[in-house]
Design a protein around this ligand. Structure first.
Ligand SMILES: [Zn+2]
Length: 330
């Protein structure tokens, strides 16, 4: 067993191992598995570090499988994301794919619109499944199966990374390139030393946030932001130099309001998209869920459920180092 894991790190590791075990057993039985089952395994294995409210109550859901996740730090700083579960599948020729554009792309647009309404970024939880299910993909090492590959069992991908309508096969490649294991969002592995910052003026506090180690909810938001900054750096769009306050709905509760207007190829303001989810205090419905009270009905009409990750107080950001590889599972 690895040393020095926080309860949150333990919980997400346990969840990932449970999902990998399930998908691999189903693959061995030549049976399919469902995203909903994987999500239930995540919730069951992370409780009570993750408190949740499931609004579907076992009913056939018409609203899709979008869950609202909030990471809440001890000081109240919180980061939210609207998460849609997707599974990695394989064509008959064994090409990995992520089918994310159901209903001729309407599902994709609906997800972005719902995230905007909730003032959080949109993320995919792409279940890569265990190494048995994906026959080692995406590891190119011989033999496959390094620790990072196992962590990719549950891979979080910013939805904006799919904004140029990639094919399902390209979407799988993008998940590998711009995805991060769920458990890495709350541990030091998300840190990497250089970041190709866009050539736009950045407020000092925002710049520090992007390039220095962070703690709690800020660490999660930073990890997502860094993925999109890296994605942006590989587009040949001119940088948008203006620093523009978005006209729509700035809440007083945001950690950062002075955001660059820099955009992705398709016009998405990625700073605004991600950092609208970083707040000084959690929304009221998050407190309802933590306290075991019923969340508001308007929310239950919009999402399948809400999960709240209660982050421990480390008191200081983790140092920017890669920790030693974990031992074998179990
Ligand atoms: Zn590997």
């Amino acid at each position: 067993m690895s040393l020095d894991l926080t309860p949150v790190e333990e919980a997400f590791r346990r969840a990932r191992i449970a999902v990998a075990s399930h998908t691999d057993k189903m693959a061995k039985a030549h049976a399919t598995w469902r995203e909903e089952t994987a999500t239930e395994l995540v919730l069951a294995n992370t409780h009570p570090v993750v408190r949740f409210a499931d609004f579907t109550r076992g009913e056939e859901s018409t609203i899709g499988a979008d869950w609202l996740w909030w990471w809440v730090g001890q000081d109240g700083t919180s980061f939210g994301a609207l998460v849609q579960a997707k599974k990695l599948t394989f064509t008959e020729a064994d090409t990995a794919q992520v089918k994310y554009r159901h209903s001729k792309g309407r599902q994709f647009t609906d997800l972005l619109n719902a995230a905007k309404d909730l003032e959080v970024p949109a993320m995919y939880a792409v279940y890569f499944g265990g190494l048995g299910y994906r026959s080692g993909w995406p590891c190119e090492k011989e033999p496959p199966g390094c620790d990072e590959c196992e962590r990719l069992t549950i891979t979080m991908v910013p939805v904006l990374a799919y904004s140029q309508s990639p094919t399902p096969a390209h979407a799988a490649e993008l998940a590998r390139q711009y995805g991060v294991p769920l458990e890495n969002l709350t541990d030091a592995e998300t840190w990497w030393p250089t970041l190709p910052l866009p050539t736009v003026p950045l407020a000092t506090d925002l710049r520090d946030f992007l390039i220095r180690p962070q703690d709690g909810a800020r660490e999660v938001a930073q990890a997502v932001m860094r993925l999109l900054i890296t994605f942006r750096s590989r587009q040949f769009e001119r940088a948008t130099p203006e620093t523009a306050l978005p006209a729509d709905s700035i809440t007083a509760d945001r950690v950062f309001t002075d955001l660059p207007d820099d955009r992705l190829h398709n016009g998405n303001r990625y700073f605004e998209h991600v950092l609208r989810g970083l707040r000084r205090t959690p929304p009221g419905y998050v407190l309802d869920i933590v306290n075991g009270n019923a969340p508001p009905t308007w929310l239950a009409d919009q999402v399948a459920g809400v999960s709240v990750v209660q982050l421990p107080a480390r008191g200081h950001p983790k140092p920017p180092v890669k920790r030693p590889r974990d031992g074998p599972a179990g």
